[in-house]
Design a protein around this ligand. Structure first.
Ligand SMILES: Nc1ncnc2c1ncn2[C@@H]1O[C@H](COP(=O)(O)OP(=O)(O)OP(=O)(O)O)[C@@H](O)[C@H]1O
Ligand SMILES: [Mg+2]
Length: 264
């Protein structure tokens, strides 16, 4: 069965998109079939995977609004084998207001993703979310199996995390009882910065089972890659960022085996 994982943190610039792209790519390199759904009006995941703005004729916005059941036109091939994208653009920023009166608005993404998951075309669907806890993110929580949280190793990180966990628990109580946390991954870790170690220690103390062993280092190659429309894994296959995302992918696949929910 396809597993739907949303990459969520309401804080901006913590590495959500970078994680969705590069984890997706690392999975794809192990022959798993991956779909990245760009649920952010900024469209960074689409750009980072090489889908240019002018090519994005069909987007997640249009798919949700039209409730089209023929998905193929919305699914774009990336330059990476086994990795497809449903892109987004700025149209998505109007979505929340447009569906404000619709009592079923929290289920718009669910209604797209669940049938797609049932078709088993993909092993994993990764949803890249915007930096907020508004409707787009709520829809992702309702339409996913699990949540992957990138946590930037900096001062206010944990405060945001407790707010996110509260939101996840609220969604579990009524809209998606099967939702769980896939894991928490520390991002942009700077070995020379003492604060990073403190954040790591606190995160592991409060979430001992959720925080991955793998930590993503701050690495300039990771930040350069998107401007070339490439995941860092393709841009520089030997840099520390690439190695870290490959380790994260392995750690998650190992976790999946242990949970007996290995998708492949
Ligand atoms: N490990 C890293 N090392 C260096 N730069 C990084 C790393 N991870 C992400 N970045 C850079 O930091 C910036 C923010 O990352 P990213 O876009 O992935 O965050 P985000 O959480 O998706 O942001 P937003 O909330 O705006 O969607 C980007 O310029 C990205 O290239
Ligand atoms: Mg992003």
């Amino acid at each position: 069965m396809t597993k739907i994982i949303s990459v969520i943190n309401q804080k901006g610039g913590v590495g959500k998109t970078t994680t969705a792209i590069n984890l997706g790519c690392a999975f794809a390199n192990t022959e798993l079939k991956i779909l990245v759904v760009d649920l952010d009006p900024q469209g960074n995941a689409s750009t980072g995977l090489g889908i240019e703005v002018k090519e994005r004729n069909k987007t997640i916005y249009e798919l949700m609004i039209s409730k089209d059941t023929i998905l193929n036109p919305y699914i774009y091939k990336s330059s990476i084998k086994n990795l497809d994208v449903i892109p987004s653009n700025v149209d998505l920023s109007g979505f929340e207001t447009e569906v404000a009166e619709d009592g079923k608005r929290a289920f718009f993404l669910n209604d797209v993703l669940r049938p797609l998951a049932q078709s088993n075309q993909y092993d994993y669907i990764l949803v890249d979310c915007p930096p907020s806890l508004s409707l787009l993110t709520i829809m992702a929580l309702v339409g996913s199996d699990t949540v992957l949280v990138p946590l930037q190793s900096e001062f206010f990180a944990l405060e945001g995390l407790s707010q996110l966990v509260k939101t996840i628990n609220r969604i579990k109580q009524n809209l998606n009882t099967a939702l769980s946390i896939q894991g928490i991954v520390l991002t942009m870790f700077d070995k020379r910065n003492k604060l990073c170690y403190e954040v790591e220690k606190e995160a592991r103390k409060y979430f001992p089972n959720e925080v991955y062993k793998t930590v993503i280092p701050r690495n300039i190659r990771i930040s350069e890659a998107p401007s070339h429309g490439l995941p860092v894994i393709t841009y520089d296959k030997n840099c520390s960022g690439t190695k870290a995302y490959e380790r994260l992918a392995n750690e998650i696949l190992e976790q999946e085996k242990q949970n007996n929910t290995f998708a492949a």
